[in-house]
Design a protein around this ligand. Structure first.
Ligand code: MTE
Length: 312
């Protein structure tokens, strides 16, 4: 299969809306870029660049500056300090890239990322992504609903969970060399099928109108905005459909501190700190953390019969 060298959602720089314009707008742009299109096709299809209404799940809160979003990261494989992932980002080769999609589905296989992206329309959605240490950001992501990919690959009735895996390659990801830490690599994560099918759950390929930088999880990462940031696994190479609940990296590392669900919940403290308040990156004062990160209306029904103090 021919693998093109260009990033899947590469666009010429003059076509990218400058960040200053983004920030000034209340009506955010929603790109309708067909991921597989070449530049020639783009220039012949101006209608696809039309400005449309904001995505239903977008927020009008001030966005976190691009520089902060891309220089204050958690990506242990690229270094354990917040600044290291950006410094080591050049080590990770994000194109060509392939993803294995397997387990309880009709057509398991390994696919070029380009082929995975082709049928999907990249949408802009602006979410607050909260992280383990209760800091948060507002990020305009580009991506598509994980649900659309799931529908394409036709899970069998046995598929109850979706498991995700990050690239395992210590040559490119220095944090995976054993001397750097005790994680059981690769980084793995999982969602229950109804969580994975929720329209808020995104597979992201870009932010701020640009391809994802490596430190943010290029070329493909998960974004689950009502959960703590560690659920949003980066640089995905495998998506598996399973009958059993899959293991997750932070839960394996410290089960008392990190559960499978990891829903943002100000009423459940982390054993070592309160999760009632958070610091928005770039703000001086902390603010109250909202249940399900402010998305209770959309997702609370997924957990209506569960004790969220037990299933943290
Ligand atoms: N994915 C991998 N593979 N490795 C990681 O260390 N860190 C997680 C998550 N995904 C992590 C990961 C954590 S703890 C957070 S808070 C978010 O990525 C951070 O995403 P950001 O750097 O884009 O803000």
């Amino acid at each position: 299969m021919l693998i093109k060298k260009t990033a899947a959602n590469a666009i010429v720089s003059s076509e990218i809306t400058p960040e200053s314009v983004y920030k000034a707008r209340r009506d955010f742009l929603k790109y309708s870029i067909h991921a597989g299109m070449g530049l020639a096709a783009l220039s012949q299809a101006p209608a696809l660049w039309a400005t449309t209404a904001a995505h239903a799940f977008s927020t009008d809160e001030a966005q976190t500056p691009y520089k902060k979003v891309t220089r204050y990261n958690n990506f242990v494989e690229l270094g354990s300090g917040k600044a290291y992932p950006a410094k080591n980002a050049h080590r990770l080769k994000t194109s060509p890239w392939s993803v294995t999609i397997d387990g309880e589905i009709e057509n398991p296989g390994t696919y070029d990322l380009e082929d995975i992206l082709k049928p999907h329309t990249l949408e802009e959605r602006i979410y607050r992504l909260r992280c383990v240490e209760t800091w948060s950001m507002v990020i305009p992501w580009q991506g598509f609903a994980l649900a659309d990919l799931i529908k394409r690959f036709k899970p069998t009735s046995k598929a109850k969970y979706v498991a995700f895996e990050t690239l395992h390659d210590p040559k490119q990801l220095p944090g995976q060399r054993s001397r750097f830490g005790s994680f059981d690599w690769p980084y793995v994560e999982g969602l229950r099928m109804d969580e994975a099918m929720h329209p808020l759950t995104l597979l992201a390929t870009g932010l701020y109108g640009k391809d994802l930088p490596a430190q943010n999880g290029a070329p493909l990462r998960l974004v689950v905005p009502w959960k703590y940031g560690f659920k949003s696994i980066k640089s995905i190479v495998r998506i598996s459909f399973t009958e059993q609940q899959p293991p997750t990296t932070w839960n394996k590392q410290s089960p008392e501190e990190y559960g499978f669900y990891a829903n943002v919940n100000p009423t459940v403290s982390h054993p070592r700190w309160s999760q009632k308040r958070e610091r928005r990156i770039g703000h001086f004062f902390k603010q109250d953390t909202l249940m399900f990160n402010g998305y209770a209306e959309q997702v609370a029904s997924l957990y209506s019969d569960m004790d969220l103090h037990k299933w943290y």
